[in-house]
Design a protein around this ligand. Structure first.
Ligand SMILES: Nc1nc2c(ncn2[C@@H]2O[C@H](COP(=O)(O)OP(=O)(O)OP(=O)(O)O)[C@@H](O)[C@H]2O)c(=O)[nH]1
Ligand code: SF4
Ligand SMILES: [Mg+2]
Length: 416
């Protein structure tokens, strides 16, 4: 389980004022000196990620952040960065120092987290520095003033860490994983065919993450898995004595694959499966349908969740703009965004096109979709867009029981 991709782990962010003991807490929770601790306020400047197993929740990643009371120009930037972690967090720990007690800073933060529907566990740290009676009073004050239940701990001595883990387990959202990749579309004994082109964009000597995850889901579903390159599909289908329940292809080979898979056999793409698993398929399908109203000169945002190195005919930089300009009948105005964060000013975009988001978790993808929705910008992803432009979106959505539209890009790790 140590190799569970980070994007599939429950993300638990640790927030609090400088010196509250956030880094000490992450070390106590993981029993490892992963984060830098010192009595100088402002020691942690950038988010620090530490993956571990937290049974029975499973694989989690703790995120240590800079203090939310940091001052000065640089301090404000650090606070902004810390708060942006809440976009990808599935739950939060809010740390209060026993020596200072709760303040409006933690109250405001708790309100912000509640507005994002993030479950919060309060942590009253440094309880070794106050008497048990004072700790009890502080716990009650924190609960009343901040509005969440608190657990008293000492990151230094380890007291209360077990109780904190239990509180985390009790508060962990049950639905953080989202729908399965394909487990609900097959039944035990079914045959599933995965079509994987091995081209220039395929990483050397290995199979990309979404394909590996799909294989694992096939096995978890007690199904058989056949994996072929697109030029072997016809031959493979002819050799089969039973038709497959589902054929899943890389989006870029969809056209060719669709012409070889018998009508009646479910056909979809990795990107569409991951669009559903990671995001909101209906929103992405609705975004695809908005392509019809685009006009030459309209502004389009192309967002990729990681900064993979673009190769030759890169999907986001070259292919999609080429296909879209052709469809619209003239050049559109493109803005590219790659990696973490998200553009703050989304006004003016007529459409956003997102990659398959294999490197970010579901909550972060949903946060991006919600920022676009609030700005009134329709959004589609690579896979849904490709299936739409090739006129095969409805066929690709049919196995998912969805006729309102979605897919991803394959960089060094992703899907197309
Ligand atoms: N006595 C006691 N000291 C603690 C405890 N937790 C942390 N400290 C001390 O408090 C100081 C700050 O701890 P950090 O873990 O660096 O605090 P932080 O919240 O990460 O601080 P920044 O990164 O600066 O925001 C260090 O000197 C720690 O040794 C605790 O439970 N008890
Ligand atoms: S789909 Fe491509 S760009 Fe997006 S996160 Fe995955 S590898 Fe990066
Ligand atoms: Mg720190």
């Amino acid at each position: 389980m140590r190799t569970t991709p980070r994007s599939d782990r429950l993300h638990i962010a640790i927030f609090g004022k400088r010196n509250a003991g956030k880094s000490s807490l992450i070390n106590a929770l993981t029993s490892q000196p992963v984060a830098l601790v010192s009595d100088v306020p402002g020691t942690t400047t950038d988010p620090v990620y530490k993956a571990m197993e937290l049974l029975p929740v499973g694989p989690v990643v703790f995120i240590d952040t800079a203090g939310i009371d940091d001052a000065g120009e640089l301090g404000r930037l650090r606070v902004k960065r810390s708060l942006s972690v809440s976009n990808s967090a599935d739950m939060a720990l809010l740390v209060v120092d026993s020596l200072t007690g709760p303040s409006p800073i933690e109250q405001n933060l708790a309100r912000r987290l509640a507005a994002r529907n993030l479950p919060v566990v309060g942590v009253l740290n440094k309880s070794d520095l106050v008497s048990p009676e004072e700790a009890q009073e502080l716990l009650e004050r924190c609960r009343v003033e901040i509005g969440v239940n608190f657990v008293a701990v000492s990151a230094l001595t380890g007291s209360g860490i077990g109780a904190l883990k239990e509180a985390i387990i009790g508060k962990a959202p049950g639905d953080w994983e989202g729908p399965p990749i394909l487990g609900d579309l097959v039944k035990p004994g079914d045959l599933v065919v995965l079509v994987v082109p091995i081209d220039l964009e395929a990483p050397k000597g290995r199979i990309i993450l979404p394909q590996v995850q799909a294989i694992r889901d096939v096995l978890d579903s007690d199904c058989y898995c056949v994996m072929v390159k697109e030029n072997r599909l016809k031959d493979a289908l002819e050799r089969m004595t039973t038709l497959p329940r589902l054929v899943i292809t890389d989006s870029q080979a969809f056209d060719k694959v669709a012409s070889q898979v018998p009508v009646g056999v479910g056909l979809t793409s990795f990107s569409i499966l991951f669009a559903r698993h990671k995001g909101d398929l209906k929103t992405l399908v609705a975004g695809a349908r908005r392509i019809e109203s685009l006009k030459p000169g309209d502004s389009v945002l192309i967002a990729e969740a990681c900064t993979h190195h673009p190769i030759g005919d890169d999907i986001g930089r070259v292919k999609i703009p080429r296909w879209l300009d052709k469809k619209v009948g003239g050049p559109l105005k493109y803005t590219w965004h790659a990696g973490g964060g998200f553009p703050e000013d989304l006004s003016g975009f007529k459409l956003a096109i997102h990659c398959g988001s294999c490197m970010i978790n579901r909550r972060e993808m949903l946060a991006r979709l919600s920022a676009l929705r609030e700005a009134g910008v329709p959004v589609v992803n690579y896979g849904v867009l490709i299936s739409y432009l090739h006129g095969i979106m409805d066929r690709a959505l049919a196995p998912l029981g969805c006729t309102d539209g979605g897919a991803s890009h394959r960089g060094t790790e992703g899907v197309i």
